[in-house]
Every structure is written in C-alpha cells, then in structure tokens.
Write a protein that binds this ligand. Structure first.
Ligand SMILES: *Cc1c(COP(=O)(O)O)cnc(C)c1O
Length: 472
C-alpha cells in the first residue's frame, strides 16, 4: 500500500466505522447466525495475489457484520459494557501507527513515561491512595485485562510471602491458600491454576444472601482453619463490584483480617472501579488505601476501547521482584541507573504496545467532567430500570441496583424468567444476560454505553413486558 493509498483507505476505514455506528440502532443486537455461517462464506486459503483494501471493507459488510453481536449498540445490556469511543479509537490508531515496543524504558522512553503520568492522573481522579502513584513506592501499569492483573497480583503476593523463594525454587511446601467469595470472578481460580497452586488452593467464602458480599466471619474462620492445618494464606481477593450482581465486599473489614495473617489484599473493581471518577460513587472503594493492589478496567464502562486494564500496586518491589528478568540483550545504562521503570517487569509478557495513548485521549477529550457525566447517566438509567421493575407486578428485584447494574426476575419463576429474556434476545430488540442468585435465575441489565438513552431503556422494557405477558 503506497502512502497515498494508505491515506485514502484510512479515511475509508474511519468512514466505515462512522457508518457502522450510525446503522447500529436498526440492527439486531445479538448475532443472528448459526455455527459455521461465517466460515462458510470465507475462502479456505489466503489469496496468492494481493487484493485492494476495499475488498476487505466489502467483506466486513457482507460477511462480518451479519455475524456480529453489536457490543456498541445502544440496547446492548448484557454482561458489562465494552465501550469504544471516538477518542479511544483514534488513540489506538495512533498507537498502531507509532508501532513502538515499550517493554523497557530504553526501547521508547515516551511509552513508559506517558503511561506513568496517565496512571497517576487516573489514580488521582479515582481518589486512590498516594502510595499508588509513581513517585512513591508503588505505581500503576496498563495490563491487557483484569484477569492478567489478578494473576500478576498473585505472583507478587507469592514473592512477598515467600521472601523470594517461589521465584528461585518454586512453590515449595508452604501450602499456599487464596481466598475470594463464591462471587469472585473466575479469573481468580484461573490465576491459581496458572501460578501452579491448583484450583483446590482457592477457598470460596460464602456471601450474605441479600447483598452477595463476602461473609467476613466465614473468611476469618477459613483462614484460621487453614493456619491451624499449617497452610499459608497468601492472597485475599475482594470484589468491589462482583460480575454477577455488582456486590461490594467490605474492603475495610476483610483487609484487616487478611493483614492479620500477612496475606496480600487484591481489590478487583474491574467493572465498578471507574465509577469512582464521581466522588459520590466512591463508597465501594473505602479501604482501598490499605490494599496491596487494585484493578479497574477503563475498557468496560469508561469509554476506552478494549484492551485497557489499569492496575496499581502499593509496593512495586514485590511485583518487579517476582517478575524481573534481565537477558544480556536488554541490558542498558538507564535500567542500571535505577532511575527508570521497565514495565516488562510488571506483567507476564515482554512486549507491550502504547496503550496509554487511548486512555490519555479519553481523559483529555472528555475531561473528568465529561467522564463523570457519562457515569452518572448510566447510574440514573439503572435507577430508572429499577423503577420500572417496581411498577410491574410481574417483575421483582433480586438485589439492590449496583451503580449501573440491575438484577431482577419474573415473579412467575426461573423458567419464565429465562424464557422471557431469551425471547427479547432472539428478537434482536435488545440484549440481556442472566445469572443465578441464591440458586434462582435472574436477568442482568447493565447500562453503560454512551449511546444509550432513556428511550432505549423504555423500548427494552416494553419488549420484556411483552415477553413476560407471553409467559402467563
Ligand atoms: C469483567 C471482570 C473481570 C475480568 O475482566 P477482563 O479484563 O476481561 O479479564 C474481572 N473481575 C470482575 C469483577 C469483572 O467484572
């Protein structure tokens, strides 16, 4: 592709995105294809001769779009949002254009230093403790996902608890144990598997039936029972906004119990943490000032195109102690001077792209005021959904609304709840997801797209009411 052709096709690609967005409202939210439908339309092998880029754009319309579930659709309410925004897309594009590898400071100083500044800004915007800033003993880093952040936190915790033994000789016979509530994200168990602890090392602590928050008496009992057996608590995972219902574990109380036993406290606020840009939506982060690590995903609710998971630690030495490796070919004066941060020591992989640009672009173009307005609109729309649920006898709330997440069901029962949801999803009118709470089926409606208006919520609600009526 010549530079001129690149300019022309680049404009066409941006136009394609703008047109795609403009068409979303009229498209079914959930993909309407059967397994194999997309594959069948693609040739079995790559072309021998190069094709013009227009051919790729044409196939997006012909093959790809019909096989998409439209995550950017104004009536996408399933899972959690994965917001993309104009600012983030342009930032991501610029990062691709620069194409720098930021594995160490010396391979491209701006990649590291912009990321440090952006994470310091963001930590301040969320009201996180000073200790997490890059000018103290801690610091922040952008990970690909919260799952990687949790895995990294576990490796740092093992390093600290073992005094470095784990990186030298492996896990040994300490009997490491990890604690999270029954509602902890599945990435906690995966982290234990990847770290070589095995799933059995994870203790699933019961929750309060109403709030779904971790039962602290049960946490204390589990830790004490393990210690009695000669096992070693290494990490306590706390959900500040669980995936299923948005439940908030008590970070202050659980943190105190964890610290009594020397365990690392990791706060997983993957979805709900970004709400703390609003001072009135920070209550769930109380206690984070004594946590060892904290993660939240701007790539969910905060308008920053996947992937962008911001992760902070109170003491970066535990992290770099666990993961630093210095092959001869990466030796350099800046690293040896100790004056710079080399992010390759902050996560499993070596190579890293310039993800900070898209978060920088989002923070600067929306401004904190713009981001607060976005979060507040999601919370308000969720409160509106809760009002609609309360006003219709066929529905009931399952848990209290949590920020922009509403969990409810049909009073008729589990089967009717799931059938009504499936009817709405199959129609393409809106897209919702489900969970189980205390053994009973529930519908999750997570607001968060910048395109969603009250009219979208009302339209979705009418579809749900019709589907509920069909269940009677
Ligand atoms: C979404 C979510 C995760 C996983 O996020 P990824 O970035 O996709 O790994 C972890 N924890 C919670 C509470 C979540 O909601």
């Amino acid at each position: 592709m010549s530079p001129e052709e690149f300019r022309r096709q680049g404009h066409a690609a941006i136009d394609w995105i703008a047109d795609y967005w403009a068409s979303l409202d009229d498209l079914p939210v959930r993909a309407q294809v059967a397994p194999g439908d997309v594959r069948r339309q693609l040739p079995a092998s790559a072309p021998e001769a190069g094709e013009p880029f227009d051919a790729v754009l044409a196939d997006l319309d012909r093959v790809v779009v019909p096989g998409l579930t439209h995550w950017q659709h104004p009536r996408f309410f399933a899972y959690f949002p994965a917001n993309s925004s104009p600012a983030a897309i342009l930032g991501d594009l610029l990062s691709s254009g620069i194409g720098a590898q930021g594995m160490i400071w010396a391979t491209s100083p701006a990649v590291t230093e912009v990321e440090q500044v952006v994470l310091d800004w963001f930590a301040e915007a969320l009201g996180l403790p000073e200790d997490f800033r890059s000018d103290g003993p801690g610091g922040g880093v952008i990970q690909d996902t919260a799952s990687t952040a949790t895995f990294t936190a576990l490796l740092a915790a093992l390093h600290r608890a073992s005094g470095g033994e784990v990186r030298r000789h492996g896990l040994g016979d300490a009997g490491w144990r990890v604690y999270g509530s029954t509602q902890a994200h599945s990435s906690l168990v995966k982290a234990a598997i990847m770290a070589g602890l095995g799933e059995d090392a994870v203790r699933a602590i019961g929750v309060d039936p109403l709030t779904q928050a971790m039962d602290l008496d049960a946490l204390r009992a589990a830790i004490e029972a393990d210690v009695e057996l000669g096992l070693t608590p290494v990490l306590v995972h706390l959900a500040a906004g669980s995936t299923s219902t948005g439940a908030m574990d008590d970070v202050v109380g659980a943190g105190r119990i964890a610290r009594e036993h020397g365990a690392w406290v990791h706060v997983d606020a993957a979805w709900a943490g970004v709400a703390a840009v609003c001072p009135e939506h920070r209550a769930h982060l109380a206690g984070v000032e004594s946590a060892d690590s904290f993660v939240t995903n701007p790539h969910k609710w905060l308008l920053t195109t996947f992937d962008c998971s911001t992760f902070w630690v109170r003491d970066r030495a535990a992290l770099t102690g666990a993961l630093s490796i210095l092959p001869e070919y990466l030796r350099n004066a800046a690293s040896e001077s100790g004056e710079v941060v080399d992010y390759r020591d902050w996560h499993p992989q070596l190579g890293r792209r310039f993800r900070a640009i898209k978060l920088w672009a989002v923070l600067r173009t929306y401004g904190l005021e713009g981001l607060r307005a976005h979060i507040r609109s999601g919370v308000e729309l969720a409160a509106h959904v809760a009002d609609l649920v309360a006003a219709d006898d066929r529905f009931e709330m399952v848990t209290e609304p949590s920020l922009s997440l509403v969990v409810f069901r049909l009073t008729a029962g589990d089967e009717q709840t799931l059938a009504a949801m499936e009817e709405v999803n199959a129609s393409g009118e809106a897209y919702l997801s489900h969970t189980t709470v205390e053994g009973r089926a529930a519908i999750r409606l997570a607001v968060g797209s910048w395109r969603t208006t009250e009219a979208d919520v009302d339209r979705t609600w009418r579809a749900l009411q019709e589907a509920a009526a069909a269940q009677d």
